[in-house]
Design a protein around this ligand. Structure first.
Ligand SMILES: Nc1ncnc2c1ncn2[C@@H]1O[C@H](COP(=O)(O)OP(=O)(O)O)[C@@H](O)[C@H]1O
Ligand SMILES: [Mg+2]
Length: 226
């Protein structure tokens, strides 16, 4: 099992009486691509942060790729995340003044050792496969189109060939045609590398790209009373 959550509860420290997540049992098999939908404020980002080890569960077991994240410390979780997990955020979180190559290279900094020249070669081949023209490789990403920026964000998330890719509403700032493009590129990439994907969004129109669709309300009993 790539992911297994058992009896997981989480409240933010400043609101300890407000249970955000209460998940009895949830599993994801290797190579699955799952769409988790739920309303804004429902706990989607919190769930992803538990899976990537940014947050730690108050109680229960969180197993990701065979590692129990609930029993290791923050530094070990950071290491685990750098080595195994790719993350795509809502606003892509690219550094605007750096070029595409530096943005992707940055994501690699904490991950396993690789020579700089072979890393650069990998980045360039990834950019080419994403139809980013070599003349655009050295421009600040802020000068590139939204479509190019989103492809660079996917490239950054997969440069380490993560076993698990996590996407937190990555299409919410895109128009319809950019959104369709983004989804088809993302799904082609995860199919090619057989990556497990957890994709969360409130936008049910994206569900058509996935063959497993989980409602957060069915996973999370904490949502029932608010
Ligand atoms: N850092 C935080 N501190 C306290 N409460 C938070 C924090 N982040 C989120 N919350 C609360 O936790 C709940 C779930 O939020 P979130 O996981 O961001 O939902 P979603 O991603 O589905 O919109 C919301 O009620 C939100 O206000
Ligand atoms: Mg969110």
């Amino acid at each position: 099992m790539t992911i297994e959550l058992k009896h997981v509860r989480y409240s933010y420290p400043d609101t300890p009486d407000k249970l955000v997540l209460d998940i009895n049992h949830w599993t994801v098999a290797a190579g699955e691509q799952i769409f988790v939908h739920g309303p804004s404020g429902g706990g989607k980002s919190t769930l992803l942060n538990l899976l990537s080890g940014i947050l730690q569960a108050d109680t229960g077991e969180v197993s990701v790729l065979g590692q129990r994240l609930d029993i290791i410390n923050g530094r070990q979780r950071d290491r685990f995340r750098a080595d195994h997990i790719g993350y795509i955020f809502q606003q892509f979180n690219l550094i605007p003044y750096l070029d595409a190559i530096d943005n992707i290279q940055l994501a690699h900094q904490f991950a396993s050792k690789k020579t700089l020249s072979s890393l650069k070669a990998d980045i360039k081949s990834l950019l080419s496969s994403f139809y980013i023209d070599p003349t655009d490789w050295h421009k600040p990403v802020a000068k590139l189109s939204i479509g190019q920026q989103q492809r660079i964000a996917i490239a950054r998330a997969i440069i380490n060939k993560p076993e698990l890719l996590i996407a937190d509403e990555p299409t919410s700032s895109l128009d319809q045609s950019n959104r369709d493009n983004f989804m088809s590129e993302l799904m082609a990439m995860v199919a090619k590398y057989n990556t497990t994907l957890i994709f969360v969004s409130h936008d049910l129109s994206l569900a058509k790209h996935f063959n497993r669709i989980d409602g957060l309300a069915e996973i999370n009993s904490a949502g029932a009373d608010h």
